[in-house]
Design a protein around this ligand. Structure first.
Ligand code: ADP
Length: 455
């Protein structure tokens, strides 16, 4: 069974092609600059551990791709349809081909950001599901339109192939009402669906099950705080293996400081700036999503690697260039604000959970930045969270590690996330008729003998 996963953003499309029988990624890649001109595809065929000659490792006869090959090609994609067509052509033709015929694709799994209250688990896509997604556009105006475009294009291009939707919100459907209802007029929740939904669900699900396995316990027996810190960032409180609170809300804007999103702010600010500056509400919304967070604070950088590279520990607001975009002071301030707020969420979720068996760092920043992990957890010894500074600094990239000190009551794991693994297992289970929502489904990666993929 070969499964194509598609993750459609507004101007990009990430994909992977997985052979479920061989447990192997055949190809993965990204199409960039969709709808904006100058589109191109970067396609990679990972090297399997045991390099076998091309065409003998799950691909059909005549398939050309060599292990470890990366190809790049320009191709105009005015819509997501051309982008998906380009992916299909690249999988079947030319140097990067890994299958001879599109008939080898057993299913397509789509990442969909917002499932709303009704879609609480992965589903086979039919007309009713597409209609339901359209109805939710107002809840996720930046995210669901490209997701729907991807679903519709894939259905048109591969009409006989089953399509599955996997929702970012699904893992959080177990949140209790007191965690998801906003303290606003209750009718806004009933009539407009304005409540907290949470996102990054497949990532929180994956790392929380891996953390339970690393603790040697069943998911139902563990309490965890998972921190997905990438360009977007969210925290999740997991009690007994299920999500009971998360930092993102109605949209991914709420919660932690992110690369370009503000996270929590006084809602009055959105109103106030339209009085003080010539800004329409839609422009304020765009600024909160695209020009705030780390980018807003530094004025120049959203990528934490750039910010870390420009920090000077002794920089102050009295420095001559302090106000300049990208100054050492503004970079230091951005990361201090980000880590301080991360720490506050850890404290809040420790209080919500009562007992925390492990804390998990994942995604681009969480997996790769020992500095950010250390700054986030510094001073939490009183809560029983103690980092071993050496283990943290030396944590090998791409591996699951415990960076907590021996004396720490709470383990501190760094776990590379694998959202595609969830897409694939949900899709296989839906095709087999064995699927159940996340709180009842047993994934391969929660079992003690599971070996995480490295590709
Ligand atoms: P997303 O999927 O949200 O785009 P990722 O999980 O891929 O994000 O994370 C991307 C972010 O990870 C980058 O913007 C960068 O800030 C951060 N990042 C990656 N490597 C490092 C590193 N070594 N140190 C600090 N931050 C890093």
């Amino acid at each position: 069974m070969k499964i194509l996963t598609l993750n459609c953003g507004s101007s990009s499309l990430k994909y992977s092609f997985f052979d479920a029988a061989e447990e192997r990624t055949l190809a993965r890649g990204i199409v960039e600059r969709i709808t904006i001109g100058g589109s191109f595809i970067t396609h990679r065929v990972p090297a399997p551990e045991d390099e076998r000659p091309a065409g003998t490792s799950g691909g059909a006869v005549g398939v050309k791709a060599r292990a470890g090959l990366t190809t790049r090609r320009m191709y105009e994609c005015p819509t997501h349809k051309e982008a998906i067509d380009l992916v299909l052509a690249t999988l079947t033709k030319g140097d990067g081909a890994v299958i001879a015929d599109l008939a080898e694709i057993s299913a397509v799994a789509h990442r969909v950001v917002h499932g709303g209250e009704a879609l609480t688990g992965s589903v086979m896509v039919d007309d009713a599901v597409v209609d339901a997604l359209r109805e939710r556009i107002s809840l996720a105006p930046l995210h669901n339109p490209p997701n729907i475009a991807g679903v519709e294009a894939a259905r048109a291009l591969l009409p006989d192939v089953p399509q599955v939707a996997v929702f970012d919100t699904a893992f959080h459907y177990t949140m209790p009402d007191y965690a998801y209802v906003y303290p606003l007029p209750y009718e806004w929740y009933c009539d407009l669906g304005l409540r907290r939904y949470g996102f990054h669900g497949t990532s929180h699900l994956y790392v929380s099950r891996r953390a339970a396995a690393l603790l040697g316990r069943e998911p139902a027996d563990v309490n965890l705080i998972t921190l997905h810190i990438g360009n977007g960032a969210s925290a999740c409180a997991v009690r007994g293996g299920v999500s009971v609170d998360t930092s993102m809300g109605l949209t991914p804007l709420e919660g932690l400081v992110m690369g370009t999103r503000s996270g929590d702010i006084d809602p009055a600010i959105s109103f106030q700036v339209t009085k003080d500056l010539p800004l329409a509400p839609q422009e304020v919304y765009t600024i909160l999503n695209r020009r705030s967070g780390v980018l807003g604070l530094t004025g120049k950088y959203a990528d934490r690697r750039d910010v870390l590279a420009h920090i000077k520990p002794d920089a102050t607001s009295a420095d001559d260039d302090a106000e300049e975009p990208g100054s050492a002071y503004r970079c230091k301030l951005a990361l201090e604000v980000e880590c301080y707020r991360l720490k506050k969420y850890v404290g809040a979720y420790a209080a919500a959970l009562g007992r925390v068996d492990a804390l998990v760092f994942t995604a681009g920043v969480g997996e790769n930045s020992p500095e950010m992990r250390a700054w986030t957890l510094r001073g939490l010894e009183g809560l029983g969270i103690i980092v071993d500074e050496e283990k943290n600094a030396d944590a090998p990239r791409g591996e699951e590690v415990d960076v907590a000190a021996e004396a720490s009551a709470t383990r501190v794991f760094v776990i590379p996330t694998d959202e595609e693994r969830v897409f694939i297992e949900d899709t296989v289970a839906l095709l087999d008729g064995t699927y159940a929502p996340p709180d009842r489904f047993v994934y391969s990666f929660q079992k003690p003998d599971y070996t995480p993929r490295l590709d």
